[in-house]
Design a protein around this ligand. Structure first.
Ligand code: ATP
Ligand code: MG
Length: 752
């Protein structure tokens, strides 16, 4: 039992539990994952099980690796023999050994989402169905849904016989399955489904695993779907009725409902597994009292829950600081400044800080802020903004339009979206380019002379005309409008809009964010041609490529943060429509409850310090959108927060500006030239002061404390004046518009 000494009594009770099913249902940070790892170590340490008799299932590969590492710190045995992994990785292992028993070859291949889509499109075509009516993405989700409910094509068709549309979808489903089988391929859903089928159908295979895995442990059980539930159930069954399934989870952290996870799996565990024992843990070891009270205050607004309250022996700790920002650039700048401050004053390492956001696209502004402030970062569970495929593709179009000799870019996009320009055509074009010492794009002009098939020749001709038209547009359009034209004219937009899955929508969001970046660039800089913009983003993309440093902050979506913990956490974008996210004005109670659980997950990642930000104006789809603060903020008990009131915050903001600009002064006091991409962005970004460039109120006629009237923002009080070279910036607290920085002499203000 020595191994369990570092657990509290309740935790120890769970970890040391001997035989029979057991559920640990407990809130965030109560040590569920810790109990699970200690239980494994203890089973081996006390010779109750050999390493290969353990099966542990985690939610991500990252979590699996962490678990292995933690276990090896506890015991001397090698963890290599244990089966620790995700449902998918475990199922692949099971299938590789025995899938021949259900009619596949063991060297089966795995089709990812995009392979799957291509195959479905092929089926639609082969069946002569109208591609407009029979959208491949819609059909993909129908198939996935039906598969996960174990409805085969025949059953599907007979269940929907009355509907012409569904009968045809049934045919696509049947053909899709046939083609997969012919290719000896499995899609992601199949990996789990076929493993379950194998175990159900083949008694000796089932017996061998049931015998082998004496102990099964599952983390994050609240996010299992129906097939996963059945896998746990069948693997856990033992001869003689014994069932050593140990699952841990938190119904309040179920955040994958949109992907088919079924919260009732955890709620019904006691009924599903006979003789199950339940252990509840309520003591939290992760966060301060303030952070926990905030989390409790938020989650208690959900009606669908078992209900539990977390407590801690830790002190109250710091109040949660909520920042109301003007816009997403200020948000990014503030996050970066606060990080520097935490690092310098409280010695918090960058690796112990995380920035969370609801949607991937939000990372763009945050990344720029961090890059500008020189804070190293990494993105978990996603790619850095400028490395995302859709962004790289659009940038490739821009580069090619800017420089037609750019063969790499041409290669990247000539057939994206698909325009029937195949590998052979590209080969011929490349040969022509090489032989004549011309670029690939120039070779395209020779297409009719190269002996291509008429259809290939026509495709190339269409491509060239489209690009030429864009080159003309480039000359007359502002960058953001031009990028919009590229997005639409190339067919890229149509291609993305077709995809109505979560991933597809997120790609559209990213492009919208890219348009916002261009618009923002245009507003900020006078030199704002396409060339300038490309130079600007190549700088950002280049910083992206630098080696990941060890001590860097982590950026990720809240979904990706599940199970993790950090000393200091920033939750950004707490605005209606963003967090909670609302799709196309539909909002159901279930959706809001899932969003609230997501916010609960976000809050409970923080150990010591939690910052929350929201912006009044967020650039989306290239437009400024006014945002109101998230309803969730009102649910945090007042006594837990220090809301940055406009006056107090103004002074702090000035301090931060001091730091930021101090950074660009060289040691002799003279101002060093700033890198071009940091040109006064903070002032410009936060104040939109350039409304009108006529000289206005002079600095000598105004001082802190004065009341002023601004043409657009109404009455306010001057909080402080600040010199930067020859300009004077006034920080003004407006009655209804919050804090703004304006440049004296330019801003339309009058003393009153
Ligand atoms: P989540 O719901 O977020 O996944 P969890 O319930 O899995 O949280 P853990 O990550 O296991 O919680 O534990 C949270 C933190 O508390 C970890 O740093 C862990 O080491 C620590 N902890 C848990 N129990 C104890 C204990 N008895 N003594 C000391 N530290 C503990
Ligand atoms: Mg955990």
């Amino acid at each position: 039992m020595e191994l369990l000494n570092t657990l509290n009594e309740k935790q120890r009770e769970a970890a040391a539990h001997d035989k029979g099913p057991i559920l640990v249902i407990a809130g965030a940070g109560t040590g569920k994952t810790r109990v699970l790892t200690h239980r494994i170590a203890n089973l081996i340490g006390t010779n109750k099980a050999m390493p290969w008799e353990i099966l542990a299932i985690t939610f991500t590969n990252k979590a699996a690796n962490e678990m292995k590492e933690r276990i090896s710190q506890l015991i001397d045995y090698s963890v290599d023999k244990m089966w620790i992994g995700t449902f998918h990785s475990i199922c692949v292992r099971i299938l590789r050994r025995d899938i021949d028993r259900i009619g596949y070859d063991r060297n089966f291949i795995i089709y990812d989402t995009s392979d799957q889509k291509t195959l479905i499109k092929d089926c639609i075509k082969e069946l002569d169905l109208d591609v407009k009516k029979y959208n491949s993405n819609v059909i993909k989700s129908i198939i996935s849904n039906e598969k996960n409910n174990r409805v085969n094509p025949d059953k599907f068709t007979s269940e929907h016989y009355g509907s012409f549309y569904h009968r045809n979808v049934g045919d696509v489903y049947a053909l899709y399955e046939k083609k997969l089988k012919l290719a000896n391929a499995l899609d992601f859903d199949d990996l789990l489904i076929k493993a379950l089928e194998l175990l159900e159908r083949e008694q000796d295979v089932r017996d061998s695993y049931q015998e082998r895995f004496k102990y099964i442990l599952v983390d994050e059980y609240q996010d299992t779907n129906n097939i996963q539930y059945n896998l746990v159930k069948i693997l856990g069954k033992k001869k003689g009725g014994e069932n050593n399934v140990f699952v841990v989870g938190d119904d309040d952290q179920s955040i994958y409902g949109w992907r088919g996870a079924d919260i009732t799996n955890i709620l019904n565990f006691e009924n599903d597994f006979e003789g199950a024992k339940t252990v509840k843990l309520e003591k939290n070891y992760r966060s301060t009292n303030v952070i926990l009270s905030a989390a409790n205050g938020v989650i208690k607004n959900n009606s669908q829950r078992k209900g539990k309250n977390l407590y801690t022996d830790f002190q109250d700790g710091n109040l949660i600081r909520i920042f109301e920002m003007d816009n997403e650039k200020d948000e990014a700048f503030t996050v970066a400044s606060l990080m520097k401050k935490e690092n310098r004053d409280n010695h918090v390492e960058y690796s112990d800080m995380a920035v969370l956001y609801r949607t991937n696209a939000q990372s763009r502004a945050l990344e720029e802020g961090l890059i500008r402030e020189g804070i190293p970062y990494k993105i978990v569970g996603g790619q850095k903004f400028y490395e995302r495929k859709e962004i790289k593709d659009l940038v490739a179009y821009l580069m090619l339009i800017y420089n037609q000799k750019d063969g790499l870019s041409l290669d990247r996009i000539i057939n994206v979206p698909k325009r029937k320009i195949g590998a052979r055509t590209i080969e011929i074009l490349t040969e022509c380019a090489n032989e004549n010492g011309i670029s690939m794009f120039e070779a395209c002009f020779e297409a009719s002379e190269l002996g291509l098939t008429p259809s290939a020749s026509k495709s190339i001709g269409d491509f060239v005309s489209m690009m030429e038209m864009l080159m003309i547009k480039k000359e007359v359009m502002p960058v953001s409008e031009f990028i919009q034209a590229v997005w639409e004219d190339t067919g890229y937009k149509n291609m993305l809009m077709e995809d109505d899955t979560i991933e597809g929508r997120s790609r559209v969001d990213n492009v919208d964010e890219f348009l916002s970046a261009a618009k923002d660039f245009e507003e900020r800089y006078e030199e704002n041609t396409l060339e300038d913009f490309l130079a600007h983003i190549s700088l950002l993309a280049d910083v992206d490529k630098t080696e990941e440093k060890v001590d860097c902050v982590t950026l990720m979506t809240v979904h990706a943060a599940k199970g993790l913990e950090y000393d200091t956490v920033f939750i950004t974008g707490l605005e209606e429509g963003i967090f909670p996210i609302i799709h196309q004005d539909e909002e159901s109670d279930d959706d809001i409850e899932e969003e609230r659980r997501l916010f609960y997950v976000a809050i409970t990642r923080a150990k010591r310090m939690l910052y929350i930000t929201h912006a009044n104006d967020r650039m989306r789809f290239g437009n400024h959108e006014m945002k109101s603060k998230s309803r969730f903020l009102k649910e945090i008990p007042k006594e837990c927060i220090e809301e940055e009131n406009p006056l107090a915050f103004a002074a702090k903001k000035l301090e931060m500006m001091d730091e930021a600009f101090g950074g660009f002064r060289s040691s002799d006091g003279s101002t060093r030239k700033k890198p071009s991409f940091v040109k006064d962005t903070f002032f410009k970004g936060s104040s939109t002061y350039e409304e009108d460039k006529k000289p206005r109120l002079k600095s000598d006629s105004i001082e802190a404390g004065d009341r002023i009237m601004h043409k657009a923002w109404g009455e306010g009080t001057v909080v402080q004046l600040k010199k930067d070279g020859s300009t004077t910036i006034a920080v003004i607290a407006f009655e209804n518009k919050g804090i703004k920085n304006v440049i004296l002499g330019y801003a339309p203000i009058e003393k009153i």
